[in-house]
Design a protein around this ligand. Structure first.
Ligand SMILES: NC(=O)c1ccc[n+]([C@@H]2O[C@H](COP(=O)([O-])OP(=O)(O)OC[C@H]3O[C@@H](n4cnc5c(N)ncnc54)[C@H](O)[C@@H]3O)[C@@H](O)[C@H]2O)c1
Length: 439
């Protein structure tokens, strides 16, 4: 199939779109393409996810099953763990994880395995797009040589592009369709077909000159957040020592109509992106004899915040003649941010681990995460405790780590003996001031 034939298939929405990785990124893309009447074939190595999707069931809180089941019923969506079917799609979008190893280095095995599976079934006329976040050079240095080892030539026989995902789970203000998408191809024809494909589903597509530019664009976005979060977190600790409320300062600074974008302090960084992606760049930078000092410093500060939160819990207990040892501490919210069901890399885990090591007995409440699964670094074997008056009377302290919207924090402040607030949700609760500690 030539470029023009593939383009025609895309423009007529006759191209079969394969999406690899049915997670937080892949699943919203599946739905978006289905909504635009494309035929979709989803791939995942996790046969439980495949089985759930085949029954029209979602496993993500942010996506109701009804948004999947209608496309399964109509036959628009098929899902499989059979990777020999990779020769079927005309375009393949790769949305697999890009975590870090124990040594904080890029763990590229998911991209490598996926690329090898695609290589084994690559046929003429296919468009392959990497969506996973990675360092500049991944598309051209890691994926391209493997695919060309088949003897097929990029830009002539198959097409290769990079388009970073900007999904923000739980964000109701911006849908997948509304978030502009940056796209770059390895060759001009690769760019043309990838641009055409996304243009069918996303309101604004932003072409850039090379995959490396697109790869670094995504990292810049996340590093910008990581550095600014670290800055406010550091200032929060200083302001606390000076007896100044950092939240009031940020609110006041935000009235400046230009040159200031507010970032808010919290219990530390969390999620699959901000704590991880910047290190993909610092790792790659070493190849260029370059040390990314801002990234390192932001990482150091953000990693230290759970320790600061624990020191504030200790202070609060101390005021009441208690210690962390033998105290019963309730963690409110273990998701990495509000209103999502994802606890990967959540600062709650680091806080719980530090408290446990200091001899506290830990409970948690998070209706989004009924059971704590095992994580890269932690295993707790805990279930979410029902949030009742009785529970709040039984504990020594409650710590607001995630500010889920459905919780009545007034009621929590009324009944908890001591409340540590890392999110400023108790801002207007003057009547409970004596038992609230901002952290
Ligand atoms: N979660 C976010 O908010 C977000 C936002 C922007 C970008 N990203 C990036 O998108 C990528 C995917 O992240 P995610 O949050 O969707 O991850 P995820 O863990 O939710 O989903 C990844 C899926 O890929 C599957 N998978 C793993 N190895 C596979 C393989 N070899 N073949 C097929 N499927 C495989 C897993 O079973 C899982 O279902 C990462 O690079 C991430 O950095 C994530």
């Amino acid at each position: 199939m030539s470029v023009d034939q593939l383009l025609q298939k895309i423009l007529k929405k006759k191209a079969l779109v394969g999406i690899i990785g049915m997670g937080y990124v892949g699943l919203p893309l599946v739905i978006r393409f289905c909504e635009e009447d494309f035929q979709i074939l989803g791939f995942d190595v996790d046969s439980k996810k495949v089985a759930a999707l085949k029954k029209g069931k979602s496993y993500l809180k942010s996506i109701p099953s009804s948004r999947i089941s209608k496309f399964i019923r109509s036959g628009r969506l098929d899902v499989t763990d059979d990777f020999s079917r990779l020769d079927e799609p005309d375009s393949i979008l790769i949305c697999v994880p890009t975590p870090l190893t124990e040594k904080m280095e890029p763990d590229l095995k998911y991209i490598e395995k996926t690329t090898e599976a695609i290589r084994d079934h690559l046929r003429k006329g296919q468009l392959i797009v990497l969506e996973s976040t990675s360092y500049p050079g991944t598309t051209e240095e890691l994926i391209l040589p493997r695919l060309e080892s088949t003897g097929l030539k990029v830009g002539r026989d198959f097409f290769l592009a990079y388009s970073p995902e900007r999904e923000d789970p739980g964000n109701k203000r911006f849908t997948t369709q509304q978030i502009p998408k940056v796209v770059a191809g390895v060759t001009p024809s690769c760019k043309k077909v990838a641009f055409a494909l996304y243009r069918q589903t996303i309101q604004k597509v932003v072409p850039v000159s090379s995959p490396r530019v697109a790869e670094l664009t995504k990292l810049l976005e996340n590093i910008y957040r990581s550095v600014n979060i670290a800055l406010v977190n550091e200032l929060k600790m200083l302001a606390d020592r000076m007896g100044i409320d950092i939240w009031e300062v940020i609110e006041a600074a935000s009235t400046k109509p230009f040159g200031f974008s507010p970032f808010y302090p919290g219990p530390g960084m969390g999620g699959h992106c901000i704590p991880i992606d910047p290190f993909y760049l610092s790792w790659k930078a070493k190849e260029y004899d370059f040390t990314t000092r801002f990234i390192q410093l932001a990482g150091e500060i953000n990693i230290s915040i759970p320790y600061y939160v624990v020191s504030k819990i200790s202070d609060g207990l101390n005021e009441r003649g208690k210690s962390i040892k033998r105290s019963k501490i309730l963690i409110l919210g273990v998701a990495y941010k509000k209103d999502v069901d994802d606890a990967r890399e959540s600062p709650a885990l680091a806080i719980m681990d530090l408290l446990q090591k200091r001899g506290a007995s830990i409970l948690y409440h998070d209706s989004y995460i009924p059971v704590l699964p095992s994580f890269r670094k932690y295993l707790f074997r805990l279930k979410s405790s029902p949030l009742t008056e009785r529970l709040l009377h039984k504990i020594d302290a409650a710590v607001i780590v995630t500010d889920h919207s459905h919780i009545d924090y007034q009621w929590v402040a009324k009944h908890a003996p001591l409340l540590i607030d890392t999110r400023n949700v108790t801002k207007d609760m003057k009547q409970w001031k004596k038992k609230i500690v901002k952290a």
